[in-house]
Design a protein around this ligand. Sequence first.
Ligand code: PQQ
Length: 677
Amino acid sequence: KGSKAHIAAVTKKVDGAFIRANEARTNDWPSYGLDYAETRFSRLNQINTANVKDMGLVWSYNLESTRGVEATPLVVDGIMYVSASWSIVHAIDVRTGKRIWTFDPKVPREIGYKGCCDVVNRGVALYEGKVYVGSFDGRLIALDAASGKKVWEKDTIIDRKFSYTITGAPRVFKGKVIIGNGGAEYGVRGYITAYDAKTGDQKWRWFTVPGDPSKPFEDESMAKAAKTWDPSGKYWEAGGGGTAWDTLTFDPELNLMYVGTGNGSPWARSKRSPAGGDNLYLASIVALDPDTGKYVWHYQQTPGDNWDFTSTQPMILADLKIDGKPRKVILHAPKNGFFFVIDRTNGKFISAKNFVDVNWASGYDKDGRPIETPIARVADRPREIIPSALGAHNWHSMSFNPQTGLAYLPAQSVPLTLMDNKDWTFNGVRPGEPQSNTGWNIATFANVEPPKSAPFGRLIAWDPVQQKAAWTQEHVSPWNGGTLTTAGDLVFQGTADGRFIAFNARNGEKLWESPTGTGVVAAPSTYLVDGKQYVSIAVGWGGSYGLDRRATDRQGPGTVYTFAVGGKAPMPEFVKYRMEELVAGVKYDPAQVPAGTALYVSNCVLCHGVPGVDRGGSIPNLGYIGAAYIENLDKFVFKGPAMSRGMPDFTGKLSADEVEKIKAFIQGTADAIRPQK
Ligand code: PQQ
């Protein structure tokens, strides 16, 4: 076992029938969310509430990455496939914890800044002896599962003028590999594409939003959608958005696949579609025919999105009894803070209830339209919208346990104030608008006024029938990992502060925990190898919140940890996060601080955070870096050494004089917050 012949034989068997048969016992973890319904509910119960306290490390595996790790490990008969940052794929032998092969798609590092939220990858798909990965630079690559050698590669990007990236895991439905992409913060037009799993031939493509209405529409769904956009906003120039960068599920009985779509490009509807409108199919669940990619129905969760309320958060298909009747539903907790139960046969709204405090809507009416509050579309002054653009729930997977009837949901609040930028132009130079000089196009100012609400991270056990929490657990920070639930009545979750925890699924009692080498954002998987149950989690701090903020003093490399009852392996040595003193002594002209602030916001802030206030995440904070770096800032911003790690080259984008102003802002801020002696 572990030989090429063994790997070829066991991975060749993974097809649709295998994935469906596996649902009955879940001995393997063959696809991203475990099964097509993406329940992340394992029927294994060798590890349970009685013995989870005896769980220990069996092995750890160094992914040799320093950026976010968001992948769920797939495992079939002890062969694990997991991806790390920069879309690098690792095949690991669970029986030994040793590498079988790695595959590096060699994403050009200097384009790292062209993705909003870290150079992450949420995982691979496995099908008939091949492993599929979407690379950050937009290629879909098929690898031989036994050797890691490339079988085929397709460029999925329609127009490289735009900042498209892939971070999501591909899915394989009926022999077709389906992949979307991200980029709606930069201004792109969302779409998903299906490729033949064997040959890579393109089978269909479905756009999520209409293109230029003076040209023919691709299909009827686009003609229908165009009626909900105002063409005076020339929305097609910035693409309109709606990127499907994460969730895809499949119901083989109904022969429908479901896609969750993203936010508008730009965020401010006033700029995208000045006369208003719902702007289909932004922030929606859309059902498609998996054979043809034809639109079947949609349900829009956030009509006329104005707040980066993506509906790309992981969906779960479940069969529930509601008002005494069995219903086939979709469970969904998108960024906007409401937990939705939707009829997955026809897209009809069943119910929605907020799972955290929200202030943009007071609820949903019986037709499934949000009842917006007066503050929601205030455009001309800073308004704190709750939840924020980071979402009350982001891509961190939830799980659903039919034994408890509960969904386990990583919820959060990361407060933010927003204000429309009425002077926005596509790709214009706009000091003060976040990252606008590195390609962002959100037409929105952020935190011009500080938000008043408090951040939190929370694990919620949510009853989707009663639409209320059964129990909650507070975490120390937002941005905690995805969840796994099991027939052993357990919920597993990693946390931002670097722990991997098992809870009692019925009451939330903490039963076990292990420290991890850094903060956890990904979701675990569990499986049997030679009759024994293991739990694995890929750890690596990062993602959008994790770029500039942190909740641990550890900074280990990306690492896969595998646990089992009785595991006795020692933890790898943890690496302490090194932070310099608050920067001091850089000469600057205080009169330049205001201009420097605006430049810092439009060039640096979303990766490096607020100097001296944030502590740095997978990218350093410039307030806690040696003064020599700031004194020589020009050497870092113009074709600097960090380009090999994803930093933009600001040649032609910033002048030497503007760099001086940014230095003034960094040192000025550090001086302003330094405790007085
Ligand atoms: N990605 C993360 C992450 O991996 O931590 C968090 C987010 C993304 C967001 O909060 C986003 O809004 C987001 N939006 C897009 C988009 O609009 O196209 C893409 C992505 C992505 O591909 O990772 C994220």
